[in-house]
Design a protein around this ligand. Structure first.
Ligand code: NAP
Length: 233
């Protein structure tokens, strides 16, 4: 399949949690790590998150650095990335910052009854908002269908920024190329805190592990990069 080069990025605690259960977002990165992620974003064409992340964090998913945005403009690209969200049920908030910010538009990947629900939810958005499209990616939606559709939109490099359900989908599918983990030097220790991944049938076993390509300290954060593609392991 002709698909985008796919990078998964996640910041987690030592006990593998990507947030805690408090209403405020848990800070798992430092400024240096945020700057690296911003560069990673700027080098991609699209960014994907799960509907859970949209509901909890209400993220903008923009390129933060004016210099990086300018660099993209000079290359004839949009300042920001095409945004994508994955939802089974299609219940996305049309007023979310995900839909109202940026200059490259957004795609909602869903399937089954989710298509009608998402289409209805997005119908009343202001004309001034960037375009947003609902795409049927199967029932249930698959990583393969999403990657195919993104490839058809000219996306050659995709950044997947979580949360845990979306990382689980891409890691079990074996359709990702790179994993970047930022590990914060503490434990969350809460039973119900969201996890980096859920139980699943992963192709990365002790016999067929990922390949560690980089491990370094960024202040107190450990940055780990793994190659996932069998050809690159
Ligand atoms: N530290 C980090 O790097 C990082 C990054 C991102 C998010 N987070 C945190 O992660 C938490 C959210 O993670 P999460 O795991 O709960 O949610 P998530 O992975 O962002 O999204 C889960 C939602 O995605 C949809 N979904 C899941 N599997 C699907 C599939 N196979 N096909 C189609 N849709 C599917 C469902 O949406 P519907 O319910 O709409 O059907 C599901 O509720 C938040 O606390 C956020 O702060 C942390």
């Amino acid at each position: 399949m002709d698909r985008p080069y796919t990078i998964l990025s996640c910041a987690m605690s030592i006990d593998g949690r990507i947030d805690d259960t408090s209403p405020e977002r848990l800070r798992l990165s430092n400024e240096a790590d945020f700057a690296e992620i911003d560069e990673l974003r700027a080098g991609c064409d699209a960014i994907l998150v799960g509907a859970g992340t949209l509901r909890v964090d209400n993220p903008r998913l923009l390129v933060r650095s004016p210099l990086l945005r300018e660099h993209r403009r000079e290359q004839g690209r949009t300042e920001n990335l095409l945004k994508a969200v994955l939802t089974r049920g299609g219940d996305v908030d049309p007023g979310a910052r995900f839909f109202s910010t940026g200059d490259a538009g957004a795609v909602v990947y869903t399937g089954g009854p989710g298509v009608a629900t998402a289409t209805e939810r997005l119908a009343g958005r202001p004309d001034t908002d960037p375009p947003a499209e609902v795409v049927d990616a199967g029932d249930p939606p698959t990583a393969e269908a999403i990657l195919n559709d993104l490839a058809g939109r000219g996306v050659t490099r995709l950044l997947v920024e979580g949360g845990g359900h979306i990382h689980t989908l891409f890691l079990t599918s074996g359709l990702a190329d790179e994993l970047r983990l930022a590990v914060a030097p503490f434990l969350v220790g809460e039973q119900d805190a969201p996890r980096f991944v859920l139980p699943g049938a992963y192709p990365y076993s002790p016999q067929t592990p990922m390949r560690l390509v980089e491990a370094r300290a960024l202040g107190g954060i450990a940055v780990l990069r793994y190659a996932l593609n069998p050809g690159e392991r």
